[in-house]
Design a protein around this ligand. Structure first.
Ligand code: ACO
Length: 429
């Protein structure tokens, strides 16, 4: 196979190198396209553009493969441990016992918020969208820990990463408690990461919340399955913001905003709203599917389709299995699960979805699991953000450790007015 591509423009030939990734994926390197040809490449929504080289996550969307640092996602299912996966993504290898214990200790020691930060929660209306609060509060962390702006060496970076991963769950839990008018519950240093989050969410001042092992395990897995997905919208946002050398907190706050949208992380909320509307009898599953096929309806089958996966999304398959196990263990009988299965069955035997290669994505079953755990719908995307944070941090770090890093600055093709005259106000019609 050739390692270069030929391009002919206006009768002149140019040679462009072809870059090959670890798994054989090939890309034409156009870094010198403009300087050599005077042309740029137009690729709306970046459907054909690799924005960087990365060693973190590998996806083969046609085969339904997802690997973190080379390890297949399925390997984490038996003993799901989110902290271990966070370390793997950020530092590039599975932690040994010393590394794991040291990182866990950092997480424990950094779980509390500065007491002054708590006053900020009171400034938001109780009904404020949790993603708005989360984005604002992650930016606010920059004000309370300014010494972590200039990350001086590996030790400083590890501390900043641990601080952020630890505090995001406290921010999330306090957002929920405040929205319900409940007192804040301090983190418990004896509890591991996920249990501590559940404790801060659901314990009462007069009694601890003791989750079933299956609940801890399911939530660990949900977070792991969301932990990274290479250059998705929010991760690309974090890289874009980080490329200006904005600090880690500011860059991740921007990632939260990008994740909020209903076509990205916000889809898990929309899935539940869709299932609830069918449950309430607003329309049948079949009628909903018909509306989703009709472009003029503005309706989409939420939790279906993906820019990259054109086969199945392995995360959706794993979540479907987890939802079945969890429901059996907790004795939950959620009618929404039945509706979801029904929708999936109808869609997967319909030519519209088959021809377009639209399969359930990660959001299709994640909301149903979070509901069973007791997480309210408006917190679903916040849970996605907790899961995705190690991915954002690892991409920010990978980019900022590259001595060749430049500020991200795409170009455009201008299609507006040609040169026009300024018309004084009195002469305008
Ligand atoms: N329901 C109905 N039709 C769909 C759906 C859907 N969920 N998704 C895509 N299509 C159709 C499109 O209308 C298009 O049809 P056409 O070829 O007749 O014009 C065709 O399938 C191809 O879709 P694209 O728009 O090219 O897909 P794109 O890669 O731009 O978008 C996206 C992917 C945003 C995920 C889309 O499938 C979608 O909106 N899904 C629903 C929202 C969702 O679940 N988002 C979560 C994604 S996963 C994540 O971010 C964590």
């Amino acid at each position: 196979m050739s390692d270069q591509a030929e391009l002919t423009v206006d009768g002149k030939n140019y040679t462009l190198p072809i870059v090959t990734g670890t798994e054989g994926e090939r890309a034409i390197d156009i870094a010198r396209l403009r300087s050599e040809t005077g042309l740029t490449a137009l690729d709306p929504a970046f459907g054909n553009t690799a924005s960087c080289e990365s060693k973190i996550t590998y996806i083969d969307g046609d085969k339904g493969i997802l690997r973190y640092r080379g390890i297949p996602l399925e390997a984490f299912a038996e003993h799901p441990n989110f902290v271990e996966v966070a370390w793997l993504l950020i530092f590039g290898h599975l932690p040994n016992l010393t590394e794991y214990e040291s990182f866990s200790k950092e997480l424990t020691e950094n779980a509390n918020l500065d007491e002054d930060m708590k006053h900020h929660f009171a400034g938001f209306p109780r009904s404020a969208p949790p993603m708005a609060i989360l984005s604002a509060m992650i930016s606010t962390l920059s004000c309370f820990h300014p010494h972590l702006f200039e990350l001086d060496g590996a030790d400083q970076f590890e501390k900043a990463a641990a601080r952020l991963i630890s505090k995001i769950r406290t921010l999330a839990a306090y957002t929920y408690r405040r929205s319900r008018g409940l007192p804040y519950i301090y983190p418990d240093p004896k509890l591991p990461y996920v249990s501590n989050f559940l404790h801060m969410m659901f314990s009462e001042v007069y009694g601890p919340y003791l989750p079933e092992p299956e609940v801890r395990s399911a939530l660990n897995l949900v977070l792991i399955l969301h932990a990274d997905h290479e250059q998705n919208c929010s991760t690309s946002t974090v890289r874009m913001v980080g490329s200006s050398q904005a600090n880690l907190f500011a860059s991740c706050a921007a990632g939260v905003s990008a994740l909020w949208g209903p076509l990205h992380g916000g889809a898990n909320v929309k899935v539940i709203e869709m299932l609830e509307s069918i449950h309430r009898g607003k329309q049948t599953a079949r009628e909903y599917i018909d509306a989703a096929k009709d472009k003029s309806s503005g309706v989409k089958l939420m939790g279906f389709g993906h820019r990259i996966y054109k086969n199945f999304d392995p995360r959706a398959t794993m979540l479907r299995e987890v939802s079945e196990k969890l429901f059996a263990r907790l004795g939950v009988d959620d009618p929404l699960l039945e509706i979801a299965r029904n929708l999936e069955e109808i869609a997967l035997s319909d030519d519209y979805f088959l021809e377009r290669k639209l399969y359930p994505n990660v959001d299709f079953y994640s909301g149903i699991i979070l509901r069973a755990i007791g997480i309210p719908t408006n917190m679903f995307t916040v849970l996605f953000a907790i899961g995705r944070l190690p991915g954002w941090i690892s991409h920010w770090h990978e980019q900022n450790s590259d001595p060749a890093m430049r500020i991200s600055r795409p170009r455009q093709i201008y299609t507006g007015n040609p040169l026009s005259n300024y018309v004084p106000m009195e002469d305008r019609i």
